[in-house]
Write a protein of this length. Structure first.
Length: 147
């Protein structure tokens, strides 16, 4: 992980969004728009299913008490980020993944990043680490515009 926030760029070029959370995901999770009706003008986002490519990354929200490492509560307002291609972000990768610079990462179950064996990659690792013993935020680079 680089820094203490999900977006590590000093001048982000991607797109920030607001929404409503479905479920209890952690910041750094890959999220996808649901088909739920808008609430107070905001759409609902849930952890993306495996192999999803049209995703946004759930951001921390210190003003509501959802810092890095603190799960959101279902129904809470949330902030999301869709990074521009080549932009650096901290993404939540799954237990057992061995991050290596250049390793391609796809969306796995519950919106957590996994090695992109045959799944379409959404980010590329920018850190060399031992096999992860728990879901961990890892510095990655967006392979293309995600959302």
């Amino acid at each position: 992980m680089k820094g203490s926030k999900i977006v590590s760029a000093a001048e982000p070029r991607g797109r920030f969004k607001e929404g409503i959370v479905s479920g209890t995901p952690l910041p750094g999770t890959f999220m996808q728009l649901t088909n739920a009706a808008p609430q107070a003008g905001r759409f609902t986002y849930a952890a993306a299913p495996a192999n999803a490519v049209n995703v946004a990354i759930l951001l921390e929200d210190d003003l509501q008490g959802f810092g890095v490492g603190t799960a959101y509560t279902s129904g809470a307002r949330c902030r999301l980020y869709v990074p521009a291609g080549g932009e650096e972000v901290n993404c939540l990768l799954a237990t057992g993944v061995t991050p290596a610079v250049g390793a391609l990462i796809a969306v796995g179950a519950s919106g957590i990043g996994v090695a992109a064996a045959t799944n379409p990659p959404v980010v590329e690792c920018l850190e060399n680490l031992a096999a992860l013993g728990a879901n961990t935020l890892v510095l990655c680079e967006a392979t293309a515009n995600l959302g």
